[in-house]
Design a protein around this ligand. Sequence first.
Ligand code: FMN
Length: 183
Amino acid sequence: MAYDVAVLVGSLRKGSFSRAVAENLATLADDKLALRIVEIGDLALYNPDLEGDAPPEGWARFRSEVSGADAVLFVTPEYNRSIPGLLKNALDVGSRPYGHSVWKGKPAAIASVSPGLLGAFGANHHLRQPLVFLDMPVMQQPEVYVSKVGDLLDKDGKLANDDTKAFLSGFLAAFATWIGKHQ
Ligand SMILES: Cc1cc2nc3c(=O)[nH]c(=O)nc-3n(C[C@H](O)[C@H](O)[C@H](O)COP(=O)(O)O)c2cc1C
């Protein structure tokens, strides 16, 4: 059976390149992986005061959708050489209440995306820092820095470049192996 992979996208923008890459990854995945995007745009900013009997509805939905997954794939742009606050908030929401983190032990992988030349390297590596603390085994190779993403997608948001598709297919195959080792 395919591993169930929760995909978190670090952008809310309608024409998001990151989301387009995430959707292409879902299409490229073979029968070993089933990718589903878990929405994070409706999560209230994390505030411990809101825990208790009735935490915000979005938090419960999000925690349950990540908890049920075998692994997590992050697809993110870079904001000011780090990860967007949207994504950090999702990490924080999933990490609490204390002792009930949804992240612990879940294998993870990162694809960072940028219209620029650096492939969101800063975001990719900043994201690795909290994932270490959250006790997620994060795949180290192959690294994925999708640079000049605007040149790689056609007008419908589909990857038009065969080399990129082959590279990302290899990334997904490595991730399936990684999940098998770390489940
Ligand atoms: C607040 C903000 C900060 C940004 N900082 C960076 C940056 O540090 N590095 C970078 O490559 N692009 C940066 N960008 C440009 C984004 O890479 C670009 O807007 C990209 O399209 C965002 O991803 P998306 O298409 O998935 O929304 C920034 C954009 C915004 C809105």
